[in-house]
Design a protein around this ligand. Structure first.
Ligand code: G3H
Ligand code: ZN
Length: 276
């Protein structure tokens, strides 16, 4: 069923697990993610970045994900990941997204606060929750992290009225060789506020750190790179194994199965299995 992300994340916070937020840009990944959630009886967030929206087209992508979500036996939220403009937030709300993120983490704090508040207000007018980001996650090999300053948290949360807060605590976007989480920083932030906390850059973070993060207050975890790597790796292997196969459906069905297996593994690691 298609739901907002609000209740599923509050339940995760209350019961000490994390909801998986998995990125898609197409039919195959969407089906694999939702099939994994159904197999594990887990609430799930299906996320599209601005790049995915550009790739698939917002109307087609939203229609596809909403349809798959409606037919699923588990709660599914359709989420805008890292929306960088008010325009994209509005477009997603108009297209029926049930969760949005405004990412002003590259802006000065004042501007981030002001624009995130604007995005949250728009989302709340539609009863849709909004996530904000404080601190900045770098991209492996491209840019560096700027850890969340705990002194900024309370004011940001109060002024923006966001529902969930994404932190920068050592993980990066992509798979890095040393994505160690700053658990003490996370614990400190978690002691300051009751807002559900979000870990981005989930790919490449050691499982032990993920578990510590969940027990220290993280209740939503974003995974993108691992899924894209799994898809492309499997696709290469399967094409190599079956050089004469001419039917894309045969090839893609195998790839989707492997992506589903990966997502199921993440769901179990996050402890969101059997939580519907
Ligand atoms: O917003 C998406 C995530 O933060 C994914 O990060 O590509 O490192 O898994 P990742
Ligand atoms: Zn992210």
């Amino acid at each position: 069923m298609l739901v907002t992300s609000k209740q599923m994340i509050l339940s995760a916070q209350k019961n000490g697990y994390a909801v998986g937020c998995f990125n898609t840009s197409d039919l195959e990944l969407t089906k694999a993610i939702i099939a994994a959630a159904v197999a594990q009886q887990a609430p799930v967030m299906v996320a599209t970045s601005e790049k995915a929206i550009q790739f698939g087209g917002i109307a087609a992508l939203a229609a596809l994900i909403k349809e798959e979500a409606k037919n699923a036996s588990v709660p599914v939220a359709l989420h805008l990941d890292h929306g960088k403009s008010i325009h994209i937030v509005k477009e997603c709300l108009d297209a029926g997204y049930t969760s949005v993120m405004f990412d002003g983490s590259e802006l000065f704090l004042d501007k981030n606060t002001q624009m995130t508040a604007e995005a949250a207000k728009l989302a709340h007018e539609r009863n849709v929750p909004c996530e904000g980001e404080l601190g900045h996650l770098g991209k492996v090999g491209v840019s560096s992290n700027q850890l969340t300053n705990p002194d900024d948290v309370l004011e940001f949360v109060q002024k923006t009225e966001v529902d969930f807060l994404a932190l920068s605590i050592g993980s990066s976007h992509g798979v890095g060789s040393d994505e160690k989480l700053e658990i003490e920083l996370l614990k400190k932030i978690n002691s300051l506020t009751k807002i559900p906390l979000v870990l981005h850059g989930g790919s490449g973070v050691p499982d032990g750190d993920i578990q510590k993060a969940i027990s220290s207050g993280i209740c939503k975890i974003n995974i993108d790179t691992d899924i894209r790597h799994e898809f492309t790796k499997d696709l290469r292997e399967i094409l190599k194994e079956h050089p004469d196969e001419q039917d894309p459906r045969e090839i893609l069905a195998e790839v989707m199965q492997k992506v589903q297996t990966l997502v199921e593994k993440k769901i179990k690691l996050f402890g969101s299995n059997n939580k519907t």
